[in-house]
Design a protein around this ligand. Structure first.
Ligand code: DAH
Length: 339
């Protein structure tokens, strides 16, 4: 037995504890319940007294050496009390999963910021609407094709309750309840009964603008839209207005911006024309003002409406609108670094 004790004393004298694993091995072998020290003390109990006197001294020496090693090292490593597992504090943590803003939200926010800088305020209204706010008050003739079942999701007929097909409905809600001057932008989701493809979807997002005051002119509209286009696409951007038709504006126009991809030289995105269409606009039709009990002899105004997905496609060169609504993380994570 003395030889056994001496052997372990020698081992402990040259033992080096360098890691949590070393310490755990030492703990199990020497200081645990079934370790060397306890085992030798059990054997020691059955020795005759004269041997106990000699061996006891060595055995105590071994015990003290083992305890000293344990005491000196256990604080260097931390124990998790629940699992009694050794944790290495130097180990780097697992990376945190970061979320990202949706590209449509990024562009919506940017557009809102541009308009609020020149005094517009944000308004909103319901997505479930009635015929008056979506069509009739906006001067849509009864037989207009946009009222047709093909374009509109009706919830009930007679009375007609439907999902709004454009954010222009909120123009009416605001003009019915507020007095001019009115200077608002209206971001929101709209619905259309269209076949889903790379270019169209059954729902998408628009931003509507409305400015009503005394003596508002087409020149004001043009200046506001030029400012907006240059803030969004860069100072070099040019705009052009082409005559168009909307029931609620007279005169009406569609606005193109010089192609931000080829700088107007011609590329597949602008179909080699150098221009891309981004919004519809015009002077609010006097009938619409009168429908909202605003005197069209005193007040005039302009309105415009744009599709956020269309502008997002142009800004980030996305070719398929369906990507916005599929929640594919491989797509969404590409926007982590934006904003
Ligand atoms: N509401 C139109 C649409 O959804 C867009 C639009 C065009 C809005 C001209 C306007 C405007 O306010 O003046 O296609």
């Amino acid at each position: 037995m003395l030889e056994d004790i001496q052997k372990h004393i020698n081992i402990l004298e040259s033992l080096q504890i360098r890691s949590a694993d070393d310490l755990e091995k030492f703990r199990i072998e020497y200081v645990s319940k079934n370790g060397v020290v306890n085992r030798l003390f059990q054997e020691f109990k059955s020795l005759p007294p004269e041997q106990k006197r000699i061996i006891g001294k060595y055995l105590n020496d071994l015990k003290q050496k083992a305890e000293k090693i344990w005491k000196e090292n256990k604080d260097k490593f931390v124990f998790s009390t629940q699992e009694n597992k050794i944790v290495d504090l130097t180990c780097p943590p697992a990376p945190l999963m970061l979320g990202s803003h949706h590209p449509v939200s990024i562009v919506r926010k940017e557009i809102i910021e541009i308009f609020t800088r020149i005094g517009y305020v944000v308004s909103d209204g319901p997505e479930i609407e009635d015929d008056w706010h979506v069509f009739t008050a906006l001067n849509f003739p009864l037989e207009h094709p946009a009222r047709d079942m093909q374009d509109t999701f009706f919830i009930t007929r007679n009375p007609d309750i439907l999902l709004r097909t454009h954010t222009s409905s909120v123009q009416i809600r605001v003009m019915e309840t507020q007095k001019p001057p009115i200077r608002i932008i209206i971001p929101g989701r709209v619905y259309r009964n269209e076949t889903i493809s790379a270019r169209s979807h059954c729902f998408f997002h628009q931003i509507e603008g409305l400015y009503i005051d005394k003596k508002v002119s087409f020149a004001d509209l043009k200046q506001n839209l030029l400012y907006f286009s240059q803030e969004l696409f860069g100072k070099e951007t040019k705009i052009r207005l082409r005559p168009s038709y909307f029931p609620f504006t007279e005169p009406s126009a569609e606005m193109d911006v010089s192609c931000m991809i080829c700088n107007g030289e011609g590329c597949p995105i602008c179909k080699y024309s150098g221009w891309v269409e981004i919004l519809g606009c015009g002077m609010v039709d006097p009938n619409v003002l009168e429908n909202c009990k605003i005197n069209s002899k005193i007040y005039s105004g302009f309105a415009f409406g744009l599709g956020i997905e269309r502008i997002t496609n142009l800004k980030f060169r996305i070719k398929d609108i369906r990507l916005f609504f599929e929640n594919d993380l491989r797509f969404l994570q590409q926007f982590i670094s934006v904003i």
